[in-house]
Design a protein around this ligand. Structure first.
Ligand code: GLN
Length: 486
């Protein structure tokens, strides 16, 4: 058995039975990285030496009878979470040499659970993008077809999972960045409720939307990661102090009697027919498994993109003001004055998409335009929240596509920001509303590219999402399929 191909729970069982060690599993993952990383390009930084130390410590811990679900499991982390002593670039030249002095809360939780940190995964610069092409350190490829994007912004996480270059990963999702790459690479990805997982140590993009979440090879692994990542953190004022349920209990509940809403606006113009077919067959399976299917409406869905691409850049323009060339990261060497230092460091350190967002955000917040753009966008956001609240009076979960089309070719949209932004139409609303959501693999296009199905639920109803995902996983037999890379 190739250890790198295992899921968390499969590896955990073998570790528990003493059949393998974490050191062996970690070596197997690095072996796989040596074999395929040249083609895929999922990682920005590898943590080889330290990972082996962590693996040895995990083996000792397990031998002492203290090995939980994640103990000794090799994980990849999106390069957007601070890792003490390990470079954290956020996909940007401006942070190319930034080594954080502390761990993000989720990183600490994962380390405390005994996880092994394999390395930091590629992403769009500051998580701004839908194809991972804005990363300053190269574009990872989709393991299912290397000419295609792996999605973004957590593209490295999704590509690494599909290529078995880690056992599980974390991503962050501000407007779809966990679900969309998960959908394009045929893996599982969940954005929990806003406030469920601490954002302390997550490099901020748009703070009212950002949320960290698990990206995994199957649904059970998603519950294991979520269980460890979730919970109140006094260091994040938006983290919510409510109990964390036992997520794995949801996996065996089935969907009998569950009300599944199909939002008509998510099946509108521009939806690829193969995507629609795959998602609709998933819906049929849920019906056969006893779910009650009903049509619902989220009437303001179409305005989500416009509102998001004001709100997110507005918040980003403020969050990214801290990168001034003085305190950390890239500093231009030939500045003549302080202002010149700011200008040259920021001009040279940020890529063009990030600059575009900073300019849009600054414009939208400036006096005279604030009411017309930012305030309007917030009003639209309220309407979208109300859409969800209404919908969840009629059903338990919403089921839809994740991305309107399968992964496009690298280069196809990068010079057309508007068409890139529009591809987020089905993932953005859940961020604006703060509701939990997930992408679970549900089929393939004729060209062999994965298609994901999106499940959304009311705030803090992650368990209902997992119930549905587990049934789809069992019935569809799509989860766990692997591309042939070598
Ligand atoms: N594609 C969206 C953007 O560029 C979402 C990114 C994300 O979720 N981080 O903003």
């Amino acid at each position: 058995m190739d250890l790198h191909t295992l899921t968390i729970h499969q590896l955990h069982e073998r570790l528990d039975r003493g059949e393998v060690t974490s050191v062996e599993a970690t070596e197997a993952v690095f072996g796989r990285i040596d074999q395929v990383e040249g083609k895929v390009g999922a990682y920005i930084t590898l943590n080889r030496t330290e990972a082996m130390v962590q693996a040895e410590a995990a083996d000792q811990r397990r031998a002492a009878g203290d090995g939980g679900a994640l103990c000794g499991i090799p994980l990849g982390l999106k390069d957007i979470v601070c890792t003490k002593g390990l470079k954290t670039t956020c996909g940007s030249k401006i942070l190319e040499s930034f080594v954080p002095p502390y761990d993000a809360t989720v990183v600490k939780k994962l380390k405390d659970a005994g996880a092994v940190i394999i390395g930091k995964l590629s992403m769009d610069e500051f998580a701004m993008g839908s194809s991972n092409e804005t990363c300053a350190f190269g574009t990872p490829k989709n393991p299912w077809d290397l000419a295609h994007i792996c999605g973004g912004s957590s593209g490295g996480s999704a590509a690494a999972l599909a290529a078995d270059e880690c056992i599980a990963a974390i991503g962050s999702d501000t407007g779809g960045s966990i679900r969309q790459p998960a959908s394009h690479c045929g893996v599982v990805g969940m954005k929990p409720t806003y406030g469920r997982v601490s954002r302390y140590g997550l490099l901020a993009y748009a703070s009212s939307l950002d949320q960290l979440g698990p990206m995994t090879k199957d649904v059970r692994d998603c519950t294991l990661m979520l269980q460890t990542m979730s919970g109140y953190d006094p260091r994040d004022s938006t983290s919510v102090n409510c109990p964390v349920p036992d997520y794995s209990a949801a996996l065996t509940q089935g969907v009998k009697g569950l009300k599944v809403g199909v939002p008509k606006e998510y099946f509108g113009e521009g939806l690829d027919s193969e995507v629609e077919q795959a998602v609709r067959s998933g819906i049929r399976l849920l019906e056969e498994a006893g779910a009650e299917i009903c049509q619902v409406s989220l009437p303001h869905t179409d305005y989500g993109v416009a509102a998001y691409y004001i709100i997110a850049p507005a918040e980003a323009s403020s969050n990214l003001a801290r990168y001034d060339g003085v305190r950390f990261g890239y500093r231009h060497q030939e500045a003549e004055s302080l202002l010149d230092l700011y200008c040259k460091s920021r001009s040279g350190g940020f890529g063009s998409e990030v600059k575009r967002r900073i300019m849009i955000g600054t414009y939208a917040l400036s006096s005279g335009y604030y009411d017309a753009y930012y305030k309007k966008a917030l009003q639209v956001r309220t309407l979208i929240v109300q859409d969800f609240l209404e919908a969840f009076k009629q059903c338990d979960v919403l089921v839809s596509p994740v991305s309107p089309f399968p992964a496009w070719r690298i280069g196809e949209k990068i010079d057309d920001p508007l068409s890139m932004y529009l591809s987020d139409v089905l993932t953005i609303p859940s961020n604006l509303a703060g509701v939990p959501c997930m992408s679970v693999p549900c089929g393939f296009s004729g060209a062999g590219l994965p298609i994901g199905l999106q499940i959304q639920a009311a705030h803090f109803a992650e368990e209902k999402i997992l119930q549905v995902a587990a049934v789809l996983e069992n019935e569809l037999g799509v989860v766990g399929k692997k591309p042939s890379l070598v």
